[in-house]
Design a protein around this ligand. Structure first.
Ligand code: NIG
Ligand code: FE
Length: 414
């Protein structure tokens, strides 16, 4: 008989993330931790989460039973809502130069910086770029990341941005993780564009945006709002054109200087990411808005700069997500639990705040409401750890890896 569903359990602890609010500080006592729980899957979705023995009594013979023997903990699949994993080349020399005291300008003049990754990425075929993206997505999947946002932004011409976004779409078919792309053609003014920053953005909006719509290549537009890239004044009309076409907006904001987060709030962006330089004013504006603040601790570790003021953002009432920002320049680490656990130590975040930041709050940053909690009706994306206590996950700072990763109701990695 063909099986119509799967019952898996018992879990010593199941951390459901149910009922927690989208915004503000969270205490671990607010976490729903179900002892002796089971997960009943039907197709791609969770049919029921509750006591394993109770579910087992309801078992029909068309439901497959996966009975776990030992101490296991279940949590929702993680969501990495900010990455740049579609790139060619390597920037180890930038890291060495930075640590030897070189400035951003000196590194760029020595052939490093974003532009060097643009050259390496342009040299890749769409097939090569797809393959690199699949390998990195699978590395994230093995960490329990079942949904990965992937930005373009190392192409910086209409054709090269299209190549990257098509490579990401192709990669999505070859990894069990869900890949969601974002157009970051506004990463920097390309050195070989003959014209001003305004003219470049105007060209991208006029020529690239309609193709993205026609080919359904992405639903999201991002820009690097920073002194070395685009000012808020330059980015604003660009974002307004994207918004008019129905794209969700996200902003690389306040990384070194403040400016992007105010624009993110003004434009009702889904997220404002980085925020290392945000002051009380930006924190208050973000907290009063529905914009998700995204901390990228691996970028702080890669560059050796301040962490996003995550504690103050949460205490002010903001929604906080945490992502890897995996990219070859500022954040080569590619480790979500390690970097989120370090941020937790530095910023004094509860486990509830960390897990919210990489599950349902990260889903909100991607405008997704079908995942991020272990509750009936949502996608059956979940991680199983062989441990007796979920607290070990952040305590061990990434050393405890998932025993199994389930994606859309199927075993995806173990
Ligand atoms: O998110 N801040 C801008 N973009 C990336 C870095 C890109 C790069 O250096 O290649 C970031 O940190
Ligand atoms: Fe980034």
């Amino acid at each position: 008989m063909e099986k119509q569903g799967i019952l898996i359990g018992p879990f010593k602890q199941l951390v459901s993330m149910a009922e927690l609010p989208l915004k503000g500080a969270l205490k671990d006592s607010q976490l729903e931790v179900i002892p002796g729980a089971g997960i009943w899957i039907e197709g791609e979705l969770i049919k029921e989460v509750s006591d394993y023995d109770t579910l087992k009594h309801k078992l029909r013979n068309d439901v497959e039973l996966i009975e776990l023997d030992g101490d296991f903990v279940a949590l929702p699949g993680y969501i990495d809502c900010h990455t740049h994993i579609a790139f060619g080349g390597n920037r180890a020399n930038d890291f060495a130069m930075r640590n030897a005291g070189s400035s951003y300008l000196e590194i760029a003049e020595a052939g490093g910086g974003i532009w060097s990754t643009v050259k390496h990425t342009r040299a890749c075929s769409q097939e090569e770029l797809k393959q690199l993206t699949v390998e990195r997505a699978n590395y994230l999947l093995a960490q329990g990341i079942t949904t990965v946002e992937v930005k373009s932004g190392y192409g910086l011409t209409v054709e090269e941005e299209l190549k990257t976004l098509r490579a990401i779409a192709d990669a999505d078919h070859e990894t069990k993780a869900d890949l969601l792309s974002t157009c970051l053609a506004a990463h920097m003014l390309p050195k070989d564009f003959e014209g001003s920053a305004e003219e470049y953005l105007q060209m991208i909006a006029k020529v690239l945006f309609p193709i993205l719509k026609d080919e359904h290549l992405t639903t999201r537009v991002d820009a690097f709002v920073e002194r070395s890239a685009f000012s808020a004044e330059q980015a604003k009309p660009y974002y307004e054109q994207a918004k008019a076409l129905g794209f969700d907006l996200t902003v690389h904001a306040d990384q070194f200087t403040t400016s992007g987060s105010k624009l993110a709030v003004e434009l009702s962006a889904v997220s404002a990411d980085h925020l290392e330089a945000s002051t009380e004013e930006e924190i208050r504006l973000l907290a009063e808005s529905d914009v998700v603040a995204v901390a990228l601790p691996a970028a702080s570790l890669g560059i050796g700069c301040a962490f996003t003021p995550a504690r103050r953002l949460l205490d002010a009432g903001a929604s906080l997500a945490i992502a890897t920002d995996w990219n070859p320049g500022s954040a080569p680490m590619g480790k979500l639990i390690s970097s989120a656990s370090i941020l937790a130590s530095m910023e004094k975040l509860s486990n509830a705040e960390v897990f919210a930041a990489i599950t349902f709050r990260a889903a909100q940053a991607l405008n997704l409401s079908d995942r991020g909690r272990l509750v009936a009706g949502l996608l059956a994306d979940f991680n199983i750890y062989q441990t007796d206590n979920y607290q070990n996950i952040t305590y061990l700072q990434g050393r405890l890896e998932p025993y199994a990763v389930w994606k859309r109701g199927q075993l995806a990695s173990s």
